[in-house]
Write a protein that binds this ligand. Structure first.
Ligand SMILES: NC(=O)c1ccc[n+]([C@@H]2O[C@H](COP(=O)([O-])OP(=O)(O)OC[C@H]3O[C@@H](n4cnc5c(N)ncnc54)[C@H](OP(=O)(O)O)[C@@H]3O)[C@@H](O)[C@H]2O)c1
Length: 240
């Protein structure tokens, strides 16, 4: 028996949120280097301009807190380049604070960016993907979307909710030709950890023990290059 060949990404259109840094940036670069035409969404115009210059990723500057602006930016991206074949929801926020001291504002922000953000993107792009009958949506979840870690109340609430949204989506797109994958990385060495200085905190993983963003990008690349008819609804990525 021979292995099925991976689907080529040459000429495929991709939209990646959180493309300015960390995992989203690694995913955008990986997709672009495989020949996809990539639009990267984030707030940081300078970082996106650099990504555009170095890797040919088209910048889509938008704040996921702003529905109207995000929707308009996504509409413009579709008008300019067509409905994406690949949508990667990688934008996210992360804070560590016990429920006893966590602020309502921070809790709301986690839900707004980590679960309402992916919903907004899916709500905007999925109808046309369904109409076309093809495409892959990748939601970047987290190990904290199924496991409790002290201090992760806001983050876990958002990532468990994202998993719920993802699982409903799987039921709704079954048989449509559109596929969806929840990629759940363990701790990954990105700037997301900088404010927490994990190496100085015995309760947090050392950076040396974390995944590299490229490991997660490789996982995303794997799920989006499966041949039509093969779905990877869940992919957990951890150090082993
Ligand atoms: N690092 C980890 O240990 C880890 C582990 C498991 C899962 N994850 C998940 O992986 C994803 C990426 O994390 P990361 O480590 O790469 O984080 P990161 O380096 O902090 O990057 C976060 C990205 O999200 C974007 N973003 C944040 N708020 C936004 C907003 N309001 N509007 C638009 N974009 C926004 C940021 O762009 P701008 O600031 O430019 O807007 C940035 O591109 C997140 O969903 C995270 O929960 C991370």
């Amino acid at each position: 028996m021979t292995a099925n060949a991976a689907t080529s990404l040459v000429g495929r259109r991709a939209l990646v949120t959180g493309a300015s840094r960390g995992i989203g940036r690694a995913v955008a670069v990986a997709l672009a280097s495989e020949g996809a035409s990539v639009v990267g969404l984030a707030r940081s115009a300078d970082a996106l301009a650099e990504l555009s210059e170095e890797h040919g990723v088209t910048a889509a500057v938008a704040d996921l807190n702003d529905d109207v602006d995000t929707w308009a930016v996504l509409d413009r991206a579709v008008e300019a380049g067509g409905v994406p074949d690949i949508v990667v929801n990688a934008a996210g926020v992360f804070g560590v604070r016990p429920c006893a001291t966590e602020t309502v504002r921070s809790f709301d922000e986690h839900l707004r960016i980590n679960v309402r953000g992916p919903f907004l993107v899916v709500r905007s792009l999925l109808p046309a993907m369904l109409e076309r009958g093809s495409g892959v949506v990748v939601n970047v979840g987290s190990v904290a979307g199924r496991r409790a870690f002290a201090g992760n109340g806001s983050y876990s609430a958002s990532k468990f909710a994202l998993r719920g949204l993802h699982e409903v989506l799987l039921e709704e797109i079954r048989g449509s030709g559109v596929r969806a994958s929840l990629v759940e990385p363990a701790a990954t060495d990105t700037g997301l950890w900088d404010p927490l200085n994990p190496d100085a905190d015995p309760n947090l993983p050392d950076r040396a023990d974390m995944l590299d963003p490229q490991d997660v990008a490789d996982a995303v690349l794997f799920v989006v290059t499966r041949p039509p008819g093969v779905a990877i609804p869940l992919l957990q990525v951890e150090r082993g």
